[in-house]
Ligand binder design. Structure first.
Ligand code: NAD
Ligand code: MG
Length: 388
C-alpha cells in the first residue's frame, strides 16, 4: 500500500506556547508531518534551535535587528531566512506547505492567516483574534477559496468534534465551558489589587502571557464566543457560556432534539493541536489519559458578569457586530500589554476597553481596510487614555 505523503506544516508563531506544543506533536509523528515554515517575533535562540532540529524550508524572524545573526547561524544549512512583518505574508504565499498553524498572538496574526486562506490552505486556527476582528471577511474568503478552517482553541475543537457526522442537523445552541480562571469566586475589592504574576497563574492551562491575562479577566471567553459565532455560523443568542472549573468538558453542542453532545479530555492543548493537524484522523499517542475516578464531580455555574465585566463587554460587541469586536480586541490588546508591564491595574483593563468602545466610530459593514483603520484608531485612543 502506498503511504500518504507527509503533510507539510507552516507554524506561524512557533516559539510560543501553541507553537512549541505543535512541534512536540510533530516530533511524535515523523512519518505524518514535516515542518516547512517556522516564524517567531523576537526569540531568535529558540527559533534557531527549532530550525536546526526540524530543518524547515524557511524561517521568519519578525525583529529585523536579528536578521543577520539568524542568517549567520543558519549559513551552511538549506534554510531560507526572512525578517520583518512583510515576510510573514510573503512566506504565507508559498505553494510548498499544506497546513498553516496560525499561532501568532493577537491582531498581528490576521494578515498572514488571510493570505493562507486566499491560497486555499488548510488553516489550523489558534489565533482567535483573526476571527474576532474580521470573522465575516475571513470566513467568506475561506468559503470562496475552499480553505478549511479547523479550530485549535480547545472549546472550538470540542464543538467541531461534536459536529462530526451531524452535517444535516442544525445546531440549537453551543455551550462554551470556561474554567473561570485564577480568580473564580473573587470580587472587585480583591481584583483591584491583583498583580501581574498572580494573574498569570492559570489553574488548569499553561499558556502565553496575553491569553493568560484574558483568561483571568474572562475576556478570553468573550473572544471565544465571537470566534465561535463566526466559525460555526451562529447567531449571538445561540452562543452560551457556563463556568466549569475542572476543564474536563471542553464544550458542548445542543441539537434541535434537545440532545447535548460534549467532548471531554484532560486539559492539554496538544490534543486539539493534534486533532487539527491530523484531521480527519485521530492519531494514536501516549499522552496521559483521563481517569474519571480522579474527577468525582464535574460542576457548572453561571459566569459572574458583574465582577468580570469584560465578558459582558464582549457579548455586547458580539451583538452589536460591525467593527465593535475589532475595537474591543484592539483596546484589550493594548490594555493587557500595559497591565503586563505594571502600568495599569487589573480592573483598568475593563475601563480602557469600555471607554474605547464608546469612543471609536461604529461601522456596520466594514471593509478589510476599515477593520485595519478601526484597529489603529482604537489602539491610539486606548493608549492615550492610559497616558503613554
Ligand atoms: P505566545 O505568546 O506563547 O506565542 C505567540 C507567538 O507569536 C510567538 O511565537 C511569538 O514570537 C509570535 N508573535 C508575537 N507577536 C508577534 C507579532 N507582532 N508578529 C508576529 N509574530 C508574533 O502565545 P500563545 O499562548 O501560544 O497563543 C497564540 C495564539 O493561540 C493566541 O491567539 C491565543 O489566543 C491562541 N490560543 C492559545 C492557547 C494556549 O494554550 N496557549 C489556547 C487556545 C488559543
Ligand atoms: Mg480556549
Amino acid at each position: 500500500m502506498a503511504t500518504a505523503p507527509k503533510k507539510r506544516i507552516a507554524i506561524f508563531g512557533s516559539t510560543g506556547s501553541i507553537g512549541t506544543q505543535a512541534l512536540e506533536v510533530i516530533r511524535e509523528h515523523p512519518n505524518l508531518f514535516e515542518v516547512e515554515i517556522l516564524t517567531a517575533q523576537t526569540n531568535d535562540a529558540l527559533l534557531l534551535k527549532q530550525a536546526l532540529e526540524f530543518k524547515p524550508n524557511a524561517v521568519v524572524i519578525g525583529d529585523e535587528t536579528k536578521y543577520e545573526s539568524v542568517k549567520t547561524a543558519l549559513a551552511g544549512t538549506d534554510v531560507k531566512v526572512f525578517a520583518g512583518e512583510q515576510s510573514l505574508e510573503e512566506v504565507a504565499n508559498f505553494d510548498t506547505y499544506d497546513i498553516m498553524l496560525a499561532a501568532i498572538v493577537g491582531f498581528a496574526g490576521l494578515k498572514p492567516t488571510l493570505k493562507a486562506v486566499q491560497k486555499g490552505k488548510l488553516i489550523a486556527l489558534a489565533n482567535k483574534e483573526t476571527l474576532v476582528v474580521a470573522g465575516d471577511i475571513v470566513m467568506q474568503q475561506a468559503l470562496e477559496n475552499r480553505a478549511p478552517v479547523i479550530p485549535v482553541d480547545s472549546e472550538h475543537s470540542a464543538i467541531f468534534q461534536c459536529l462530526v457526522g451531524e452535517a444535516r442537523n442544525p445546531i440549537e445552541k453551543i455551550i462554551l465551558t470556561a474554567s473561570g480562571g485564577p480568580f473564580l469566586g473573587k470580587k472587585p475589592n480583591f481584583l483591584v489589587n491583583v498583580k501581574r504574576d498572580h494573574a498569570l497563574q492559570h489553574p488548569n492551562w499553561s499558556m502565553g502571557a496575553k491569553i493568560s491575562i484574558d483568561s483571568a479577566t474572562l475576556m478570553n471567553k468573550g473572544l471565544e464566543m465571537i470566534e465561535a459565532k463566526w466559525m460555526f455560523n451562529l447567531k449571538p443568542e445561540q452562543v452560551e457560556v457556563v463556568v466549569h472549573p475542572q476543564s474536563i468538558i471542553h464544550s458542548m453542542v445542543q441539537f434541535e432534539d434537545g440532545s447535548v453532545k460534549a467532548q471531554m479530555g484532560l486539559p492539554d492543548m496538544k490534543l486539539p493541536i493534534q486533532y487539527a493537524l491530523g484531521f480527519p484522523n485521530r492519531l494514536k499517542n501516549e499522552f496521559p489519559r483521563l481517569n474519571f475516578r480522579k474527577y468525582p464531580s464535574l460542576s457548572f455555574e453561571e459566569p459572574d458578569l458583574k465582577t468580570f465585566r469584560n465578558l459582558g463587554l464582549a457579548i455586547e460587541a458580539m451583538k452589536k457586530g460591525g467593527n465593535m469586536p475589532c475595537i474591543l480586541n484592539a483596546a484589550n490588546e493594548v490594555a493587557v500589554w500595559a497591565f503586563l508591564k505594571n502600568r495599569i491595574g487589573f480592573l483598568d483593563i475593563t475601563a480602557v476597553v469600555e471607554k474605547t468602545m464608546e469612543k471609536i466610530n461604529f461601522i456596520q459593514t466594514p471593509t478589510l481596510e476599515e477593520y485595519f483603520e478601526s484597529d489603529g484608531e482604537a489602539r491610539n485612543f486606548a493608549a492615550s487614555i492610559m497616558k503613554f
